[in-house]
Design a protein around this ligand. Structure first.
Ligand SMILES: Cc1cc2nc3c(=O)[nH]c(=O)nc-3n(C[C@H](O)[C@H](O)[C@H](O)COP(=O)(O)OP(=O)(O)OC[C@H]3O[C@@H](n4cnc5c(N)ncnc54)[C@H](O)[C@@H]3O)c2cc1C
Length: 413
């Protein structure tokens, strides 16, 4: 399909509007409904909704047609997202399934991986997750110690991963493992597509401080995968991981073309500073109005920076590393919002975190998760490193393990 044979954005928008009204269930209000305590049913529902989008011809808008998508542009996706507000959408599938994992497979996977995995995700049949971080730490991703050893026409994986978002609901995970210990750390890695239910995979769910069990940890004990599980080249997994990190940072900053629908469903929906001000009846307080102004200004800066960086990376005017800028702003914006929420709500946030938490309780629960914005998608310190070294040309951080064979690098204390 060429630009000239492509349906216009306006015609697509009108068709989407009519189809959504006819086929998709309405939700109460503009924001996505909270996730239920029984999160398995949320995932069954997400798959169901994705199948509805697929049957209606509105799934995988920016993915190529040969892999089950529509092969349309970011502008088509944006129009669909605008029209979809107020309808139930399969939002849990956006990140990491589409925006990170399917996007990485599209760039780096084999034809078979693209056809099978991206196609199945678009049809609502499969969910994908990321097995990157390890208990030893997530920032030094090139230093992973999960190992994959050759075994006939396949590989045997041993090791441990952690903080895998929604892995319990996933079918496949992109797993970074070490295949060569004789070379420096970046050169001995390989990315594998691992079935989450493969024999030898033990998965536990992690309960977070806010009570939610979205994260998992996994132990791989002699997990066998075939050669066809390799994504990209053997020992060139860093190239794949770098692309994956690009998509992750881009999606966190709001720049991914593979996100469909607006919002991120949460068990306890986040409260915006504006909602709190209204709930506390402090709309006329000049100091509070100043704080809300700060929040709105930051939101505008974030939106415009995200648009600008995304466009510049798309045209090649900026290095792809620039998505770290929008990833960083996302964290700054989220934390500003959490901090302002507490300042506006005042001492009330210390109480009311029960089953019906009310606005103050929701602020408190949101605040408990404050740090997640600066860790998920790689920490903000790592984003600052990327910005200073790769965009501003500052000297690289000292790394004594960069050029030595990985087997000589001291592990642990
Ligand atoms: C919401 C969320 C979702 C996530 N989803 C996933 C997922 O799906 N899959 C997955 O594999 N992981 C996931 N993670 C894990 C995430 O990638 C890691 O938390 C992150 O990479 C940091 O690793 P760490 O927590 O082990 O911290 P560490 O690496 O131990 O770092 C601890 C602190 O030291 C700082 N630090 C470390 N090295 C440096 C340095 N060189 N310079 C300056 N500061 C440094 C870090 O910035 C951080 O503040 C998720 C995390 C969150 C919060």
């Amino acid at each position: 399909m060429t630009e000239s044979t492509m349906e216009s954005v306006e015609s697509f928008r009108l068709r989407a509007r009519a189809w959504l009204a006819e086929n998709m269930p309405r939700q109460a209000g503009d924001e996505p409904p909270p996730l239920s305590d029984d999160d398995t049913s949320d995932w069954i529902r997400a798959r169901e909704l994705q199948r509805m989008l697929y049957a209606g011809g509105f799934a995988g808008i920016c993915f190529p047609q040969e892999y089950g998508g529509l092969g349309l542009t970011r502008a088509h996706q944006q129009a669909f997202t605008e029209e979809s507000i107020g309808y139930e959408m399969p939002l849990p599938l956006n990140i990491p399934t589409f925006a990170i994992c399917a996007a990485t497979l599209l760039d780096m996977g084999t034809e078979e991986q693209k056809r099978d995995r991206i196609g199945a995700a678009i049809r609502g049949e499969e969910v994908l997750c990321q097995f990157l971080s390890e208990p030893r730490g997530g920032s030094d991703l090139a230093g992973v110690t999960t190992r994959a050893d050759r075994d006939g026409d396949g590989w045997i994986l041993n090791g441990a991963k952690t903080w895998s978002t929604s892995a319990y609901a996933a079918d496949w995970g992109l797993c970074l493992a070490r295949t060569n210990w004789e070379v420096p750390k970046h050169r001995g890695l390989t990315m594998f597509l691992v079935p989450t239910k493969a024999p030898g995979v033990t998965m536990n769910r992690i309960r977070m401080v806010n009570g939610v069990r979205e994260f998992c940890e996994e132990f791989f004990d002699d997990v066998w995968v075939p050669d066809s599980a390799v994504v990209g080249e053997v020992d060139a997994g860093w190239t794949v991981a770098s692309r994956q990190l690009f998509h992750e940072r881009n999606s966190m900053g709001g720049g991914s073309p593979y996100v469909s629908g607006r919002g991120h469903p949460r068990t306890v929906p986040k409260v915006t500073p504006l909602e709190i001000v209204r709930a506390c009846g402090r709309t006329e307080d000049p100091r509070i109005r100043e704080l809300v102004g700060e929040y709105l200004a930051m939101a505008a800066v974030q939106r415009q920076t995200s648009d600008r960086v995304t466009r510049a990376v798309g045209t090649g005017a900026l290095d792809p590393a620039a998505v770290s800028l929008i990833r960083l702003l996302h964290a700054e914006g989220a934390q500003l919002s959490d901090d302002l929420a507490v300042r506006i709500a005042g001492a009330g946030v210390a109480t009311g975190t029960g089953a019906e938490p009310g606005v103050a309780g929701r602020v408190a629960i949101g605040y408990l998760m404050r740090q997640s914005a600066s860790l998920g998608g790689g920490s903000t310190e790592m984003a600052r490193n990327v910005i200073s070294e790769r965009l501003l040309g500052m000297p690289r951080e000292a790394a004594p393990d960069r050029d030595v064979p990985f087997k000589q690098v001291k592990q642990g204390r």
